[in-house]
Design a protein around this ligand. Structure first.
Ligand code: SF4
Length: 386
């Protein structure tokens, strides 16, 4: 799950209203236009509709019509007519299917800073979508109302990849973001959006927990523009007890991203007493510098009580600033603090110290850069700045 705190869980009515401009304008770009309401998907019937059900890309057939999913490290073994842990993939007669292809339950336009991606086209907007489902069960999930649901428990809309890219273009969005829930579980849909987006000049970004196996991740890297990974903590204990997952596969994904050369940033949601110890932050940031290099932007984000974790108060600002200090001391060059106003949201040149990109919450202003360099001392700033 990601840290977006104000997603819009879109209803059919509000989505159609939202799309109104795009639908009208699409008459000029000759895209097929659904009749108003024709693309809707009533709850409970959604998974049985042709649209939304598509054969999965990564699975193996086993004896007795069983399958083994090969998409994420859970590697679910699924009997006929059963689903995997994420709840959006189903075995039908020995073949595995995604049930959410082209069927988002959330859509909104967000600034890229909200994802957060700070070194990737700052100041632009992303057409942001999500389907139901997740392969983690984070007790502190901010979007649990859609991430912890099955497709038939939410209202979704028919939105094939061509429509996603067309709406992004029509609304003036530089990017498409797969966000709010966990896009790995709707892999085939995200991949097709990314392939088409790359061709059409609308890069797709994945906002993810990084819980994906190596082969599908490498395939995705060929088409995605950038990735943000939520590193939930730096202990297996936290991942097991708080997320129902494992840390090591996430670290492996980060190494794959580094190896693939795709742009990526890391977010750590600091939760008091659970993952905010100085030693854990130090171990984590030393690992980042050693394995990924000092240029990967690192965001420490403030936790607020929600979902199953309501007994712990919000992260004190001083904890976030202390974590930032540790990360900087360990050599991470770009360390940000989010979900509070601290002055630590802006980008500073690591060489001359001048301010390059000013940020206030989700607004940003590029003031000190020329291309991808500091305009004061010509230091190259890592990222994709357009
Ligand atoms: S993607 Fe879903 S079905 Fe596949 S292994 Fe992961 S949790 Fe299981």
């Amino acid at each position: 799950m990601n840290n977006d705190d104000k997603y819009k869980n879109v209803s059919r009515r509000s989505f159609l209203k939202f799309c109104g401009g795009a639908l009208t304008a699409c008459t000029t770009c000759s895209l097929p236009l659904p009749l108003k309401g024709a693309g809707s998907r009533p709850p409970a019937a959604g998974v049985d509709k042709k649209h939304g059900v598509k054969e999965a890309k990564y699975f193996e057939k086993l004896a007795e019509k069983k399958i083994q999913c090969a998409l994420c490290p859970h590697e679910c073994r699924v009997a006929d007519l059963e689903r995997g842990t994420c709840g959006v993939r189903e075995n039908r007669d020995g073949t595995y299917y995604t049930l959410v292809y082209g069927a988002p339950c959330s859509a909104n336009i967000d600034p890229i800073e909200k994802k957060p991606l700070f070194h990737y086209f700052p100041g632009t907007e992303a057409f942001s979508i999500a389907t139901a489902g997740c392969n983690f069960v984070c007790k502190f999930c901010q979007n649990w109302e859609i991430s912890q649901k099955r497709p038939e428990q939410v209202e979704s809309i028919d939105l094939p990849p061509e429509r996603v890219i067309a709406i992004a273009k029509n609304k003036g969005c530089k990017l498409v973001a797969h966000t709010y829930t966990e896009p790995v579980i709707y892999y085939e849909y995200m991949l097709d959006c990314a392939i088409l987006g790359k061709r059409e000049g609308v890069p797709n970004v994945m906002i993810s927990n990084g819980y994906i196996r190596e082969k599908p991740m490498r395939e995705l890297c060929r088409s995605l523009g950038a990735v943000k990974i939520d590193l939930k903590a730096f202990t297996e204990k936290f991942y097991a007890e708080m997320c129902a997952g494992k840390l090591k596969p996430v670290l492996d994904t980060l190494k794959v991203l580094k190896d693939e050369g795709i742009w990526f940033e890391i977010v750590v949601l600091l939760i008091p007493t659970l993952n905010d110890g100085a030693k854990e932050i130090s171990d984590m940031t030393q690992w980042i510098v050693k394995e990924l290099g000092p240029d990967v932007p690192l965001h420490f984000s403030r936790y607020y009580p929600t979902f199953m974790l309501k007994n712990i108060p919000p992260t004190p600002p001083e904890t976030l600033l202390a974590a930032r200090k540790i990360a900087l001391a360990n050599g991470v060059k770009f360390v940000y603090v989010g979900n509070i106003l601290s002055g630590a949201e802006s980008t500073f040149c690591p060489r001359c110290g001048k301010i390059l990109i000013e940020r206030m919450r989700f607004a940003s202003r590029v003031t000190g850069m020329k291309g991808n360099k500091c305009k004061y001392c010509s230091e190259t700033i890592p990222g994709v700045f357009g």
